[in-house]
Design a protein around this ligand. Structure first.
Ligand code: C2O
Length: 443
Protein backbone atom coordinates (compact mmCIF):
# COMPACT_ATOMS: atom_id res chain seq x y z
CA UNK A 1 0.00 0.00 0.00
CA UNK A 2 1.08 3.57 -0.45
CA UNK A 3 -0.58 6.87 0.24
CA UNK A 4 -0.36 10.19 -1.55
CA UNK A 5 2.88 11.54 -0.11
CA UNK A 6 2.47 13.94 2.80
CA UNK A 7 -1.33 13.56 2.85
CA UNK A 8 -1.58 12.86 6.55
CA UNK A 9 -0.84 15.33 9.28
CA UNK A 10 1.97 14.28 11.60
CA UNK A 11 0.66 13.41 15.05
CA UNK A 12 2.60 14.51 18.11
CA UNK A 13 2.69 11.71 20.72
CA UNK A 14 0.48 12.47 23.70
CA UNK A 15 2.12 13.05 27.07
CA UNK A 16 0.92 10.53 29.65
CA UNK A 17 -0.73 11.97 32.76
CA UNK A 18 0.35 10.55 36.11
CA UNK A 19 -2.40 8.62 37.88
CA UNK A 20 -1.13 10.08 41.13
CA UNK A 21 1.76 12.09 42.53
CA UNK A 22 3.42 12.32 45.88
CA UNK A 23 6.07 14.71 47.16
CA UNK A 24 8.85 12.86 45.31
CA UNK A 25 7.20 10.37 42.93
CA UNK A 26 4.97 10.34 39.85
CA UNK A 27 2.89 7.18 39.31
CA UNK A 28 1.75 6.00 35.90
CA UNK A 29 -0.38 3.12 34.64
CA UNK A 30 0.20 1.53 31.26
CA UNK A 31 -1.69 -1.34 29.70
CA UNK A 32 -0.24 -3.20 26.73
CA UNK A 33 -2.82 -4.41 24.26
CA UNK A 34 -3.43 -5.04 20.58
CA UNK A 35 -5.50 -2.49 18.73
CA UNK A 36 -5.65 -0.72 15.36
CA UNK A 37 -4.18 2.51 14.06
CA UNK A 38 -4.51 4.54 10.87
CA UNK A 39 -0.89 4.46 9.77
CA UNK A 40 -1.76 5.09 6.13
CA UNK A 41 -4.89 7.22 5.57
CA UNK A 42 -7.92 5.03 4.91
CA UNK A 43 -6.31 1.76 6.04
CA UNK A 44 -6.75 -0.08 9.31
CA UNK A 45 -3.54 -1.55 10.70
CA UNK A 46 -3.27 -3.89 13.65
CA UNK A 47 -0.61 -2.75 16.13
CA UNK A 48 0.76 -3.78 19.51
CA UNK A 49 0.57 -0.84 21.87
CA UNK A 50 1.27 0.79 25.19
CA UNK A 51 -2.11 2.25 26.20
CA UNK A 52 -3.61 1.93 22.74
CA UNK A 53 -1.44 4.53 21.01
CA UNK A 54 1.08 3.97 18.25
CA UNK A 55 3.76 4.92 19.19
CA UNK A 56 3.08 4.74 22.92
CA UNK A 57 2.50 7.79 25.10
CA UNK A 58 5.43 9.97 26.12
CA UNK A 59 6.48 10.06 29.75
CA UNK A 60 8.02 13.34 30.86
CA UNK A 61 10.14 12.87 33.96
CA UNK A 62 11.88 15.50 36.05
CA UNK A 63 15.42 14.81 37.19
CA UNK A 64 15.41 13.89 40.88
CA UNK A 65 11.72 12.89 40.94
CA UNK A 66 11.10 9.17 40.92
CA UNK A 67 8.77 7.66 38.32
CA UNK A 68 6.87 4.43 38.99
CA UNK A 69 5.16 2.83 36.01
CA UNK A 70 2.73 0.01 36.60
CA UNK A 71 2.65 -2.05 33.42
CA UNK A 72 -0.07 -4.55 32.69
CA UNK A 73 0.55 -7.05 29.89
CA UNK A 74 -2.76 -7.42 28.10
CA UNK A 75 -1.08 -9.11 25.11
CA UNK A 76 -0.87 -12.78 24.19
CA UNK A 77 2.96 -12.65 24.17
CA UNK A 78 5.67 -12.14 26.79
CA UNK A 79 7.08 -8.65 27.22
CA UNK A 80 9.77 -6.88 29.23
CA UNK A 81 9.84 -3.11 29.48
CA UNK A 82 13.30 -1.59 29.08
CA UNK A 83 13.96 2.07 29.78
CA UNK A 84 16.56 2.63 27.07
CA UNK A 85 19.24 5.09 28.26
CA UNK A 86 17.93 4.95 31.81
CA UNK A 87 20.28 4.59 34.75
CA UNK A 88 18.12 2.25 36.85
CA UNK A 89 18.48 -0.64 39.32
CA UNK A 90 18.89 -4.06 37.67
CA UNK A 91 15.49 -5.30 38.81
CA UNK A 92 13.76 -2.45 36.98
CA UNK A 93 15.87 -2.39 33.83
CA UNK A 94 13.75 -4.69 31.72
CA UNK A 95 16.32 -7.44 31.45
CA UNK A 96 15.48 -9.70 28.45
CA UNK A 97 14.89 -12.72 30.72
CA UNK A 98 12.89 -10.79 33.34
CA UNK A 99 9.55 -11.29 31.64
CA UNK A 100 6.15 -9.81 32.11
CA UNK A 101 3.90 -12.73 31.19
CA UNK A 102 0.49 -12.33 29.52
CA UNK A 103 -2.00 -11.14 32.14
CA UNK A 104 0.71 -10.06 34.59
CA UNK A 105 1.15 -6.65 36.15
CA UNK A 106 4.30 -5.19 37.68
CA UNK A 107 5.89 -1.92 38.66
CA UNK A 108 9.05 -0.47 37.23
CA UNK A 109 10.83 2.14 39.37
CA UNK A 110 12.96 4.81 37.72
CA UNK A 111 15.04 7.13 39.93
CA UNK A 112 15.71 9.73 37.19
CA UNK A 113 18.99 10.62 38.86
CA UNK A 114 20.45 11.55 35.51
CA UNK A 115 20.80 14.54 33.23
CA UNK A 116 18.09 15.79 30.88
CA UNK A 117 17.95 13.49 27.86
CA UNK A 118 15.72 11.85 25.28
CA UNK A 119 15.30 8.29 26.52
CA UNK A 120 12.73 5.81 25.31
CA UNK A 121 10.98 2.72 26.55
CA UNK A 122 10.52 -0.34 24.43
CA UNK A 123 10.04 -4.06 24.62
CA UNK A 124 12.99 -6.34 25.42
CA UNK A 125 11.54 -9.87 25.85
CA UNK A 126 14.36 -12.05 24.57
CA UNK A 127 13.71 -13.46 21.14
CA UNK A 128 10.62 -11.28 20.74
CA UNK A 129 12.05 -7.79 21.11
CA UNK A 130 12.45 -7.06 17.41
CA UNK A 131 8.90 -8.08 16.57
CA UNK A 132 7.36 -6.48 19.67
CA UNK A 133 9.09 -3.17 18.98
CA UNK A 134 8.26 -3.40 15.27
CA UNK A 135 4.58 -3.97 16.03
CA UNK A 136 4.47 -0.83 18.15
CA UNK A 137 5.96 -1.23 21.63
CA UNK A 138 8.12 1.90 21.49
CA UNK A 139 7.62 5.30 23.12
CA UNK A 140 9.53 8.36 24.32
CA UNK A 141 10.65 9.01 27.87
CA UNK A 142 12.02 12.49 28.30
CA UNK A 143 14.04 13.52 31.35
CA UNK A 144 14.08 17.26 31.97
CA UNK A 145 16.09 19.30 34.47
CA UNK A 146 16.80 22.79 35.79
CA UNK A 147 19.89 23.22 33.68
CA UNK A 148 17.87 22.54 30.54
CA UNK A 149 15.22 25.09 31.49
CA UNK A 150 17.95 27.68 31.97
CA UNK A 151 19.14 27.20 28.38
CA UNK A 152 15.92 28.74 26.99
CA UNK A 153 15.72 26.37 24.05
CA UNK A 154 12.50 26.15 22.03
CA UNK A 155 9.91 24.51 24.30
CA UNK A 156 6.21 23.77 24.69
CA UNK A 157 4.63 23.20 21.28
CA UNK A 158 7.96 24.11 19.68
CA UNK A 159 9.66 21.07 21.19
CA UNK A 160 8.52 17.97 19.30
CA UNK A 161 9.55 14.32 19.21
CA UNK A 162 10.03 12.63 15.87
CA UNK A 163 9.92 8.85 16.21
CA UNK A 164 11.21 7.57 12.89
CA UNK A 165 10.96 3.98 11.74
CA UNK A 166 10.24 1.82 8.75
CA UNK A 167 7.38 -0.62 8.20
CA UNK A 168 5.79 -2.83 5.61
CA UNK A 169 2.08 -2.23 5.23
CA UNK A 170 0.13 -4.44 2.83
CA UNK A 171 -2.76 -3.31 0.58
CA UNK A 172 -5.24 -4.44 3.22
CA UNK A 173 -3.45 -2.53 5.98
CA UNK A 174 -1.67 -5.51 7.53
CA UNK A 175 1.67 -4.69 9.19
CA UNK A 176 4.11 -7.39 8.10
CA UNK A 177 7.25 -8.14 10.10
CA UNK A 178 9.89 -8.86 7.49
CA UNK A 179 13.45 -7.99 6.55
CA UNK A 180 14.59 -4.37 6.17
CA UNK A 181 14.87 -4.57 2.39
CA UNK A 182 11.11 -5.22 2.20
CA UNK A 183 9.94 -2.42 4.49
CA UNK A 184 9.41 0.58 2.19
CA UNK A 185 7.14 2.67 4.43
CA UNK A 186 8.72 5.38 6.51
CA UNK A 187 6.68 6.40 9.55
CA UNK A 188 6.95 9.51 11.67
CA UNK A 189 5.12 9.24 14.99
CA UNK A 190 3.14 6.33 13.59
CA UNK A 191 2.00 7.96 10.34
CA UNK A 192 3.42 7.29 6.89
CA UNK A 193 5.31 10.23 5.32
CA UNK A 194 3.21 12.96 6.92
CA UNK A 195 3.36 16.73 6.79
CA UNK A 196 3.89 18.97 9.78
CA UNK A 197 2.82 22.61 9.89
CA UNK A 198 5.45 24.78 11.52
CA UNK A 199 5.65 28.48 12.26
CA UNK A 200 8.54 30.39 10.70
CA UNK A 201 10.66 30.22 13.85
CA UNK A 202 12.98 27.81 15.73
CA UNK A 203 11.86 24.29 16.69
CA UNK A 204 13.57 21.71 18.82
CA UNK A 205 13.17 18.16 17.53
CA UNK A 206 14.03 15.08 19.54
CA UNK A 207 14.79 12.71 16.70
CA UNK A 208 14.53 9.02 17.54
CA UNK A 209 15.49 6.18 15.26
CA UNK A 210 13.11 3.54 16.63
CA UNK A 211 13.53 1.24 13.63
CA UNK A 212 14.47 -2.26 14.56
CA UNK A 213 17.53 -2.31 12.30
CA UNK A 214 17.60 0.53 9.78
CA UNK A 215 20.41 3.08 9.51
CA UNK A 216 19.18 6.54 8.46
CA UNK A 217 20.95 9.63 7.09
CA UNK A 218 18.67 12.61 7.43
CA UNK A 219 18.93 15.88 5.57
CA UNK A 220 16.72 18.74 4.53
CA UNK A 221 16.10 18.52 0.77
CA UNK A 222 17.43 22.06 0.21
CA UNK A 223 20.68 21.18 2.01
CA UNK A 224 19.75 23.61 4.78
CA UNK A 225 21.70 23.58 8.02
CA UNK A 226 20.33 22.57 11.39
CA UNK A 227 22.00 22.46 14.78
CA UNK A 228 22.53 19.36 16.90
CA UNK A 229 22.40 20.13 20.62
CA UNK A 230 22.16 16.68 22.17
CA UNK A 231 22.68 12.97 21.65
CA UNK A 232 21.44 9.80 23.38
CA UNK A 233 22.38 10.71 26.94
CA UNK A 234 21.89 14.48 26.96
CA UNK A 235 23.35 17.77 25.82
CA UNK A 236 26.51 18.13 23.77
CA UNK A 237 29.17 20.46 25.11
CA UNK A 238 28.33 22.98 22.39
CA UNK A 239 25.93 23.15 19.42
CA UNK A 240 27.15 21.55 16.19
CA UNK A 241 25.96 22.76 12.78
CA UNK A 242 25.03 19.91 10.44
CA UNK A 243 23.51 19.30 7.04
CA UNK A 244 23.23 15.55 7.55
CA UNK A 245 22.38 13.48 10.60
CA UNK A 246 23.22 9.77 10.72
CA UNK A 247 21.34 7.61 13.20
CA UNK A 248 21.47 3.85 13.62
CA UNK A 249 18.64 1.95 15.28
CA UNK A 250 18.14 3.12 18.86
CA UNK A 251 20.14 6.37 18.55
CA UNK A 252 18.68 9.81 19.27
CA UNK A 253 19.64 13.33 18.31
CA UNK A 254 18.31 16.56 19.70
CA UNK A 255 18.32 19.19 16.95
CA UNK A 256 17.13 22.76 16.42
CA UNK A 257 15.83 23.82 13.01
CA UNK A 258 15.23 27.50 12.34
CA UNK A 259 12.34 27.80 9.88
CA UNK A 260 12.44 31.60 9.92
CA UNK A 261 14.70 31.41 6.87
CA UNK A 262 11.82 30.00 4.79
CA UNK A 263 9.06 32.09 3.23
CA UNK A 264 5.58 31.50 4.66
CA UNK A 265 3.70 29.14 2.37
CA UNK A 266 6.79 27.19 1.29
CA UNK A 267 7.76 23.64 2.27
CA UNK A 268 10.93 21.75 2.95
CA UNK A 269 11.17 17.96 2.94
CA UNK A 270 13.22 15.88 5.36
CA UNK A 271 14.84 13.02 3.45
CA UNK A 272 16.67 9.81 4.25
CA UNK A 273 19.64 9.62 1.91
CA UNK A 274 20.31 6.06 3.09
CA UNK A 275 17.03 4.88 1.55
CA UNK A 276 17.45 1.99 -0.86
CA UNK A 277 17.32 2.80 -4.58
CA UNK A 278 13.86 1.17 -4.73
CA UNK A 279 12.50 3.35 -1.89
CA UNK A 280 11.11 6.85 -1.68
CA UNK A 281 13.72 8.84 0.31
CA UNK A 282 11.14 11.33 1.63
CA UNK A 283 10.38 11.18 5.34
CA UNK A 284 8.42 14.25 6.35
CA UNK A 285 7.37 17.57 4.81
CA UNK A 286 7.56 20.71 6.91
CA UNK A 287 4.97 23.24 5.73
CA UNK A 288 6.14 26.66 6.84
CA UNK A 289 3.50 29.15 7.99
CA UNK A 290 3.75 32.66 9.37
CA UNK A 291 6.48 33.78 11.73
CA UNK A 292 5.69 33.41 15.42
CA UNK A 293 7.14 35.18 18.44
CA UNK A 294 10.41 33.46 19.33
CA UNK A 295 12.51 34.30 22.37
CA UNK A 296 14.19 30.87 22.38
CA UNK A 297 17.88 30.57 21.68
CA UNK A 298 20.67 28.09 21.17
CA UNK A 299 23.38 29.15 23.62
CA UNK A 300 27.01 28.69 22.50
CA UNK A 301 27.75 26.53 25.55
CA UNK A 302 25.28 23.77 26.46
CA UNK A 303 26.84 21.51 29.08
CA UNK A 304 30.52 21.19 29.94
CA UNK A 305 31.60 17.56 29.54
CA UNK A 306 32.76 15.97 32.78
CA UNK A 307 36.39 14.83 32.87
CA UNK A 308 36.83 11.10 32.23
CA UNK A 309 38.22 9.23 35.23
CA UNK A 310 41.31 7.14 34.43
CA UNK A 311 40.41 3.71 33.07
CA UNK A 312 41.76 0.64 34.82
CA UNK A 313 40.13 -2.12 32.77
CA UNK A 314 40.19 -2.73 29.03
CA UNK A 315 37.97 -5.13 27.12
CA UNK A 316 37.46 -6.07 23.52
CA UNK A 317 34.23 -7.13 21.82
CA UNK A 318 34.12 -8.50 18.30
CA UNK A 319 30.74 -8.47 16.55
CA UNK A 320 30.41 -11.04 13.82
CA UNK A 321 27.82 -13.00 11.87
CA UNK A 322 28.56 -16.72 12.16
CA UNK A 323 27.27 -18.30 8.97
CA UNK A 324 27.83 -21.89 10.15
CA UNK A 325 25.68 -21.38 13.26
CA UNK A 326 23.39 -18.89 11.48
CA UNK A 327 23.75 -16.65 14.53
CA UNK A 328 25.07 -13.19 15.30
CA UNK A 329 27.92 -13.47 17.80
CA UNK A 330 30.05 -11.38 20.16
CA UNK A 331 33.55 -12.74 20.70
CA UNK A 332 32.41 -15.88 18.90
CA UNK A 333 29.61 -16.61 21.36
CA UNK A 334 25.86 -16.51 21.28
CA UNK A 335 23.88 -15.12 24.22
CA UNK A 336 23.38 -17.42 27.15
CA UNK A 337 21.69 -15.78 30.15
CA UNK A 338 23.14 -18.48 32.44
CA UNK A 339 26.69 -17.40 31.58
CA UNK A 340 28.17 -14.15 32.86
CA UNK A 341 30.36 -12.79 30.09
CA UNK A 342 31.62 -9.66 31.78
CA UNK A 343 32.33 -9.28 35.50
CA UNK A 344 32.64 -5.61 36.38
CA UNK A 345 33.22 -3.65 39.57
CA UNK A 346 31.22 -0.69 40.73
CA UNK A 347 33.25 2.52 40.52
CA UNK A 348 35.50 1.25 37.76
CA UNK A 349 36.13 3.11 34.53
CA UNK A 350 36.72 0.86 31.54
CA UNK A 351 37.76 1.28 27.94
CA UNK A 352 35.97 -0.96 25.48
CA UNK A 353 37.13 -1.67 21.97
CA UNK A 354 34.21 -2.77 19.79
CA UNK A 355 35.01 -4.29 16.41
CA UNK A 356 32.64 -5.11 13.56
CA UNK A 357 34.49 -8.01 11.94
CA UNK A 358 31.95 -8.36 9.14
CA UNK A 359 32.97 -7.23 5.67
CA UNK A 360 31.55 -4.04 4.16
CA UNK A 361 28.09 -4.70 2.74
CA UNK A 362 27.02 -3.68 -0.76
CA UNK A 363 23.91 -1.78 0.34
CA UNK A 364 22.72 0.18 3.36
CA UNK A 365 20.61 -1.68 5.92
CA UNK A 366 22.30 -4.91 5.00
CA UNK A 367 22.36 -7.29 7.93
CA UNK A 368 26.12 -6.94 8.57
CA UNK A 369 25.78 -3.40 9.85
CA UNK A 370 26.06 -3.44 13.62
CA UNK A 371 25.86 -1.00 16.45
CA UNK A 372 26.48 -1.40 20.15
CA UNK A 373 24.31 -0.54 23.14
CA UNK A 374 25.02 -0.67 26.85
CA UNK A 375 22.47 -0.93 29.62
CA UNK A 376 23.11 0.60 33.10
CA UNK A 377 25.31 3.43 31.87
CA UNK A 378 26.00 5.95 29.15
CA UNK A 379 29.45 5.99 27.57
CA UNK A 380 31.70 8.37 25.71
CA UNK A 381 32.94 7.43 22.27
CA UNK A 382 36.69 8.06 22.08
CA UNK A 383 37.58 7.21 18.51
CA UNK A 384 36.64 5.26 15.41
CA UNK A 385 39.42 3.52 13.48
CA UNK A 386 41.92 5.55 15.51
CA UNK A 387 40.40 8.92 14.60
CA UNK A 388 38.69 10.95 17.36
CA UNK A 389 34.94 11.09 16.69
CA UNK A 390 33.34 14.34 15.56
CA UNK A 391 31.87 16.57 18.33
CA UNK A 392 28.26 15.49 17.61
CA UNK A 393 29.24 11.92 18.57
CA UNK A 394 31.47 12.85 21.49
CA UNK A 395 28.74 13.48 24.08
CA UNK A 396 26.95 11.02 26.35
CA UNK A 397 25.87 8.03 24.26
CA UNK A 398 24.28 4.65 24.79
CA UNK A 399 24.29 3.40 21.20
CA UNK A 400 27.22 3.75 18.85
CA UNK A 401 27.31 2.85 15.19
CA UNK A 402 29.88 0.19 14.29
CA UNK A 403 29.81 -0.18 10.51
CA UNK A 404 31.40 -3.20 8.80
CA UNK A 405 35.16 -3.18 9.30
CA UNK A 406 35.04 -0.45 11.95
CA UNK A 407 36.74 -0.41 15.33
CA UNK A 408 35.24 1.94 17.91
CA UNK A 409 36.63 2.71 21.36
CA UNK A 410 34.46 3.92 24.19
CA UNK A 411 34.86 4.77 27.87
CA UNK A 412 32.33 4.04 30.59
CA UNK A 413 32.09 4.08 34.38
CA UNK A 414 29.92 1.72 36.46
CA UNK A 415 28.05 3.79 39.00
CA UNK A 416 25.39 3.25 41.67
CA UNK A 417 23.77 -0.07 40.69
CA UNK A 418 24.98 -3.64 40.94
CA UNK A 419 23.45 -6.75 39.39
CA UNK A 420 22.84 -8.31 36.00
CA UNK A 421 22.45 -6.25 32.85
CA UNK A 422 23.02 -6.82 29.14
CA UNK A 423 24.98 -5.16 26.37
CA UNK A 424 24.12 -5.92 22.76
CA UNK A 425 23.89 -4.95 19.15
CA UNK A 426 20.82 -2.68 18.83
CA UNK A 427 19.95 -4.09 15.45
CA UNK A 428 17.17 -5.89 17.30
CA UNK A 429 16.95 -8.90 14.98
CA UNK A 430 20.66 -9.37 15.84
CA UNK A 431 20.20 -9.21 19.61
CA UNK A 432 17.19 -11.54 19.21
CA UNK A 433 19.50 -13.84 17.34
CA UNK A 434 21.93 -13.79 20.21
CA UNK A 435 24.31 -10.86 19.66
CA UNK A 436 24.14 -9.98 23.33
CA UNK A 437 26.24 -10.43 26.47
CA UNK A 438 25.37 -10.81 30.13
CA UNK A 439 27.24 -8.45 32.41
CA UNK A 440 27.36 -8.54 36.19
CA UNK A 441 28.35 -5.55 38.25
CA UNK A 442 29.43 -6.21 41.80
CA UNK A 443 30.30 -3.91 44.70
CU1 C2O B 1 17.05 -0.23 23.45
CU2 C2O B 1 18.82 -3.38 25.36
O1 C2O B 1 17.89 -1.83 24.34
Amino acid sequence: ASATPFAAEMPVPTVLRPTSRTRDTDFYDIRMFDTTAEVIPGLVTGVRTYNGSFPGPTIRAARGRQVVVRHHNGLAVDTSVHLHGGHVPAGHDGHPMDLLKPGATREYHYPNAQAAASLWYHDHAHGLEAENVYRGLHASYVVTDEHERGLKLPSGKYEVELQLRDARIEQDGTLTFTRAQSRPHLLVNGRERPHFRVAARKYRFRVYNVSVDRFMSLRLADGGEFVQIGSDGGFLAAPVGLTELRLSAGERADVVVDFSRYKPGTSVVLQNTSALATENPDVLRFDVGFPAYDDSRVPPVLLAAAALPPATVERRFVLEWNAAQARYTINGQVYDPARVDVQAKLGTTEIWTVVNADAPAPAPNFHLNHNFHTHQTQFRVLDRNGVPVRPAEAGQKDVVMVAPGDTVRLALTWKNFTGRYVVHCHQLPHSDYSQMLEIEITA
